[in-house]
Design a protein around this ligand. Sequence first.
Ligand SMILES: [Cu+2]
Length: 274
Amino acid sequence: MEDKMPDAQTYEYESGVTKVAVPNDFAKSRRISNDSHLELSIVDQATGDEMTLGVDDFDVQGYGDEELIITLNEAVPAGSHLKVLGGRSRVGRRPLLHKLGMRVGEDNTSKIIPAPSITIKATGFQWGWTYSYPDFGDFEFDSLIAPKETVSSELFRLATTNDVVVPAGETVRIVTTGRDVIHAWAMPAFGTKIDAVPGRLNETWFYTENEGTYYGQCSEICGIDHAFMPISVKVVSREEFEAWVNEQADLNGLEPFFDTTDQLAAAEVPADVN
Ligand SMILES: [Cu+2]
């Protein structure tokens, strides 16, 4: 599963609609072909709250075809829009009960996840990591082991000088390479481990909805300081992420990437990132 990049797509439709045509233009083997490949929700535009529709709330024609026609029992209410997430990429365990007719995802162990919204390039070097964010003005920074006296004993040899910052609930593509010898970008909490090889690009991905900071380490013996190149990923809200991106842009002499005039004031900018 790690080697297959998530490819599900999200489509949004206005309030008032009852019938929508949804593209199903994946490769044939990846098409939406049953209700476990679809997730429909009604999103309140004011609050952002999502209410997931049950399979009995809509009817689908054209499973497996290039276009699906979805008919809702009730029109999308005013002040809301319809979000359709469709595709075969998932995270979580696929319950055995699915084979007995239970809808995948019903017990929250497995769910559809969208194609990556962010690509981060991680370059291993002796001894640390450089992270580039090509989608957001192409800033980059180095992440080195944090000085011992600055970290708690729990984070000894895990904390870094700069966290990788990503938004929760979005799929993140990680592209790895090496600047000198082979390293490996490993993040156990995400089930992610991939070699970072000079002259080659590898790619993998992760997805988490849980905000917090996660730690990993280089996992390919790369020289005398191999044990001193930790990896830290800070998962934040979308608003915090955008504020952080703008802060990075500023540090790199770039224009702000996101127009977050309101959000910047409201969002908590992670204090330990610079
Ligand atoms: Cu190493």
